[in-house]
Design a binder for this molecule. Structure first.
Ligand code: PLP
Length: 388
């Protein structure tokens, strides 16, 4: 048969790859044990798969990283990023910003603290911003081995001064892990500032179509790559070749989708900000947002992200909630209430219905803005708000 001129690495669904004889088997497994990060062979798809590797190469370029690994979810990327720093000694003291994805916070409490006895401390935001002098003080007192934060926090959209935090952490030889899901590499590449590892829920903007659950972990150190590959293999956090293949295709439009989503979100945030029916808009592109300065500094004018969190107006908390519920009822004709984000279609989630105990803002919506025509979006929101 003639050579097939496919421009893509095909979808290799094989769970294992044949080895010609015992001698080759011995050397392949020896190599896998000793140099898992410098592979010569494909052996077993939970270890390494050619389709997955080709998409990792693609992502490496987007992230500006020396290496990138794909995982089966954002949570598995987080598990890998953290677990490779855990050891038997007693210095497993890790510090986490408190304003991070709820699932990560639960993972910290129920897995890291309860099951693995890691000593953790949280750094709390004040009035939806970070007090860096307090952070430095806390780093000096607690002396963590590792620091973890999100570049734009979920769901209150607090933007971290990544450069400043990393500088202070580096001075103290603290390992830095950054969840960059909300900003994406389009707005910020934390490895450039010296982060040790960057993770993403690829389920969100990288996949962008609400049809793949995946995670990404990237870094520059070979030592960390070796540890991450080994851990992914041992706990089976590897992505499936099918998901990787589809992710690779969908990634081809990431650089078109994300800027359009940011542009729509920026305009919509301004629209909500002007509405008397909206009490507050949490969007880092709005000048009175608590971390507008950090966002302007870190994102270089390329955008402010594509999530808008906003609270409905009302005399009382009850009234705010009531307005929010009415809005949900009416907007549901056009957009879906789905607990994810980053899709090409606009979707939303009532924040206090999910994290009521954590966020003291009744009647708050987290809107994930899509790539629809802007006028279409504004028209819908304008009509729905006028019916409240
Ligand atoms: N990080 C952030 C900021 C998230 O919002 C999420 C999920 O919403 C995750 C990590 C976890 O990702 P996944 O759902 O792909 O496991």
């Amino acid at each position: 048969m003639n050579k097939i001129n496919s421009k893509k690495t095909p979808l290799y669904r094989d769970t294992g790859f044949y080895l010609e004889n015992s001698e080759k088997t011995i050397s392949a497994f020896d190599e896998e044990r000793n140099h898992p990060h410098k592979p010569q062979n494909y052996i077993y798809s939970r270890y390494r798969n050619p389709t997955v590797v080709s998409v990792e190469e693609q992502l490496k370029g987007i992230e500006g990283a020396k290496w990138t690994l794909l995982t089966q979810s954002g949570m598995s990327a987080i598990d890998i990023a953290l677990s490779i720093f855990q050891n038997k000694s007693t210095d497993n003291k890790w510090m986490f910003f408190n304003d991070i994805y709820g699932g990560t916070n639960t993972f910290i409490d129920e897995v890291l603290v309860e099951r693995r006895s890691i000593k953790i401390e949280r750094f709390y935001s004040e009035d939806n911003t970070y007090n860096y002098l307090k952070l430095i003080d806390q780093l000096d007192k607690f002396k963590p081995k590792l620091l973890y934060f999100e570049t734009i926090s979920n769901p209150m959209l607090i933007v971290a001064d990544v450069q400043r935090i990393i500088k202070e952490a580096k001075k103290r030889e603290i390992i830095i892990i950054v969840d960059n899901t909300f900003a994406s590499p389009y707005l910020l590449k934390p490895l450039k500032f010296g982060a040790d590892l960057v993770i993403h829920s690829a389920t969100k903007y990288f996949a962008g179509h609400g049809n793949i659950t995946a995670g990404v972990i990237s870094g520059n150190s070979d030592k960390l790559l070796k540890k991450a590959i080994e851990y992914r293999k041992l706990v089976g956090h590897m992505i499936s070749p099918d998901d990787a293949y589809r992710l690779g295709s969908q990634l081809m439009t990431f650089n078109l989708r994300f800027p359009k989503q940011c542009e729509n979100a920026n305009k919509l945030a301004g629209f909500f900000h002007e509405s008397p029916l909206v009490n507050r808009v949490f969007y880092p592109g709005i000048r009175d947002h608590y971390t507008y300065n950090e966002a302007s500094k870190m994102f270089n004018g390329n955008g402010f992200g594509a999530i808008i969190t906003f609270q409905f107006a009302g005399e009382t908390d009850m009234q705010k909630k009531k307005n929010c519920d009415l809005f949900i009822e009416k907007i549901s004709q056009y957009f879906h209430l789905i607990p994810t984000l980053g899709d090409v279609e606009t979707i939303f989630l009532p924040v206090d219905a999910v994290w009521a105990d954590k966020y003291p803002f009744p009647g708050t919506i987290r809107l994930s803005v899509g790539i629809e025509d802007y006028d279409y979006l504004e028209n819908i929101f304008s009509n729905v708000l006028s019916e409240l």
